[in-house]
Design a protein around this ligand. Structure first.
Ligand code: NDP
Ligand code: GDR
Length: 342
């Protein structure tokens, strides 16, 4: 029998890479998708096979993290070996505009899914997508022992999810773990996160379709890694002998300004001629610096990031340049992932 996994957030950046990885490993993958008036499965369309086909291994089910009873009925019928909770309102700036919705999805959604595992009475390993945003104002380097000091409604909701996941592990003996992931990006990154916003703009400026790029705080320091590598780390956490929490990061230390410089230079452009300030991209409270120490994951899981921020910025510029050239063509990857998928 193939192993069976459920992924919430399968239509997002990480969900799509994780689905690819698990299918390559021979899993049967079930994704939770939200009912919307238009279909938004573009990131997983290339993986989809008609469910009537006996070869089909990917199945999508309607559900929402705000609907606890649906989560129970779904998990009780699927009885998965592994559940990956990647669904969230994941945009930090937006969480200041929609704090209550963010708490409901990014915070309460986790306890609804954990309760669904418990009420369905299934023996399931549970992964929670925790975030470096939980460290917030605590200075780097940050690791599994660093105190949390969230600086946004999003960060606060993720701290709740972190602790409720630990509580279910301790209270019910559940194999439930937190992956505390630092920023990870890719050509599939949502267009309003800073890296993708920059690389899309570089491609458009180079093509003569755009002149200016409006940005907020350029001094923020982040540790940007490559999403396709990070989903391998998630999977490894659920294969460990004991349930433990792990940081995944590259250890890199780059400002938004550094990312701009690398991305624009890669296209032969000077960012200072194009970037303008707009205060609406500032946050009421900012996270100044996140730089991760992933030595525990390296020692215990054998996981290490191989793609660092400068290469990531260049591969994203290349991908966005291609996407613009062949508009209509779907998601493009420029990196060979075989070493991570075996
Ligand atoms: P995305 O924003 O790309 O994807 C979020 C996913 O959650 C989408 O599939 C979205 O569905 C789904 N979703 C949102 N609200 C609900 C809901 N109420 N019910 C069901 N599904 C919902 O995020 P990423 O892929 O970048 O991140 C994955 C997870 O990891 C998130 O929890 C994020 O907070 C966390 N994280 C991300 C990091 C990063 O750098 N990328 C770092 C650390 C943590 P739809 O497509 O319908 O909107
Ligand atoms: P972040 O990612 O808040 O770290 O959360 P984002 O890319 O949105 O911001 C990174 C930094 O860039 C600064 N910035 C801007 N950000 C955006 N989006 N747009 C701008 O124009 C802009 N100008 C400057 C921000 O102020 C910030 O300092 C991401 C999300 O994926 C979370 O879900 C995840 O948990 C964390 O990473 C780790």
């Amino acid at each position: 029998m193939p192993k069976r996994a459920v992924i919430s957030g399968i239509t997002g950046q990480d969900g799509s890479y994780l689905a690819e990885l698990l299918l390559k490993k021979g899993y049967e993958v079930h994704g939770l998708i939200r009912r919307a008036s238009t279909f938004n499965t573009a990131r997983v369309d290339h993986l989809y096979v008609d469910p009537h086909d006996p070869e089909a291994k990917l199945f999508l089910h309607y559900g929402d993290l705000s609907d606890g009873s649906r989560l129970v009925t779904l998990l009780a019928s699927l009885r998965p070996d592994e559940v990956y909770n990647l669904a969230a309102q994941s945009h930090v700036r937006v969480s200041f505009d929609e704090p209550e919705h963010t708490a409901d999805t990014t915070g309460m959604g986790t306890v609804r899914l954990l309760e669904a595992v418990r009420l369905a009475g299934i023996d399931t390993r549970f992964y929670q997508a925790s975030s470096s945003e939980m460290f917030g104002a605590t200075p780097p380097p940050q690791n599994e022992d660093t105190p949390f000091y969230p600086r946004s409604p999003y960060g606060a909701a993720k701290v709740y999810s972190y602790w409720i996941t630990r509580n279910y592990r301790e209270a019910y003996g559940m194999f439930a773990v937190n992956g505390i992931l630092f920023n990870h990006e890719s050509p599939r990154r949502g267009e309003t996160f800073v890296t993708r916003k920059i690389t899309r703009a570089v491609a458009a400026i180079k093509a003569g379709q755009q002149q200016d790029l409006y940005m907020g705080n350029l001094d923020a320091i982040r540790d940007w890694g490559y999403a396709a590598e990070y989903v391998e780390g998630m999977w490894r956490m659920l294969q460990a002998d004991e349930p433990e929490d792990f940081v995944l990061a590259t250890g890199g230390n780059y400002t938004v300004r550094d990312f701009l410089t690398i991305a624009f230079e890669h296209a032969g452009l000077n960012w200072e001629e194009h970037v303008k300030f707009d205060e609406r991209y500032l946050r009421p409270t900012e996270v100044d610096a996140l730089v991760g120490d992933a030595s525990k994951a390296q020692e215990q899981l054998g996981w290490k990031a191989t793609i660092h921020t400068p290469d990531l910025a260049r591969l994203m510029v290349d991908a966005d340049t291609e996407i613009l050239k062949h508009s209509g063509r779907s998601w493009i990857d420029t990196v060979n992932l075989d070493s991570w998928n075996d």
